[in-house]
Design a protein around this ligand. Structure first.
Ligand SMILES: C[S@@+](CC[C@H](N)C(=O)[O-])C[C@H]1O[C@@H](n2cnc3c(N)ncnc32)[C@H](O)[C@@H]1O
Length: 225
């Protein structure tokens, strides 16, 4: 099996728009993304709600974050993976067959190829963890992703995702085309509005290349003034 770094680098060059990073996320970033998915108790016990947890990972790539999610799954929990790039899907399928850290969870994991925007299961998720490269999209698409995450998580679920520190703001001010600057400014506006309403926790992860902010959101209706 090729290394995840090799596959990631190849897909970065082939499909930059959807991959958006040169390398998989670090363990530190993965742990921060899993902050709201606590490890199950050593003794089997019912989840706080009395029901198994439902977890969604959007854009798992080669599985850098998936590995940390799996380590936190209780025996009854379920993980859905939605990945748009067939090469990553193939790589992950092989991991679930051959990798000793992945294979034991095969029965609890459902891997789907396609865009998350077309993913609409009947039940909501307790935790949604996204690796989407938001800086590569149009502001309207970023809004669409956020709206869809809100729908998938409902009012109780937590949505966690990251963005690289300062990268978009730097690019906004560097000598890029006016169209690109406008697009990046639009993304900043969409995200800032969303953070203002729904973000309840933010973590800085320095041990990642580049360093990243992890945002944790709950899409409850904002409180009345
Ligand atoms: C920055 S990479 C993150 C990969 C991995 N989560 C990590 O942290 O190493 C972005 C991932 O999102 C996937 N992706 C991009 N657009 C997507 C979409 N609309 N639906 C599902 N996955 C998507 C890419 O193929 C890629 O695997």
């Amino acid at each position: 099996m090729r290394s995840s770094w090799h596959v990631f680098w190849r897909e970065f060059r082939r499909s930059f728009h959807t991959t958006g990073a040169v390398a998989p996320s670090s363990a530190a970033l993965a742990r921060a993304l899993c902050h709201h998915l606590p490890e199950p108790p050593a003794e089997p016990a019912p989840a706080p709600s009395g029901t198994p947890r439902r977890v969604l990972e959007v854009g798992p790539g080669t599985g850098a974050v998936t590995r940390h999610i799996l380590a936190r799954l209780g025996p009854e929990d379920r993980l859905d993976l939605v990945e748009i790039n067939p090469q990553f899907v193939q790589f992950l399928q092989r991991r679930f067959e051959q990798d000793t850290q992945f294979a034991p969870y095969r029965q609890q994991v459902h891997l789907h190829q396609g865009s998350v925007l077309e993913w609409n299961p009947p039940q909501r998720y307790d935790v949604v963890i996204s690796g989407l490269p938001l800086n590569n999209f149009q502001p309207e698409q970023v809004q669409q992703f956020l709206d869809h995450f809100a729908h998938l998580a409902g009012e109780q679920g937590v949505v966690s995702f990251f963005q690289y520190v300062a990268v978009r703001r730097l690019r906004q001010h560097l000598g890029l085309s006016p169209g690109t600057r406008r697009r990046l400014r639009g993304i900043t506006e969409v995200l800032d509005r969303c953070f203002g309403q729904y973000e309840f926790r933010r973590q800085l992860v320095l041990r990642n290349l580049p360093p990243a902010w992890v945002h944790h959101l709950r899409f409850r209706e904002p409180a009345e003034e």
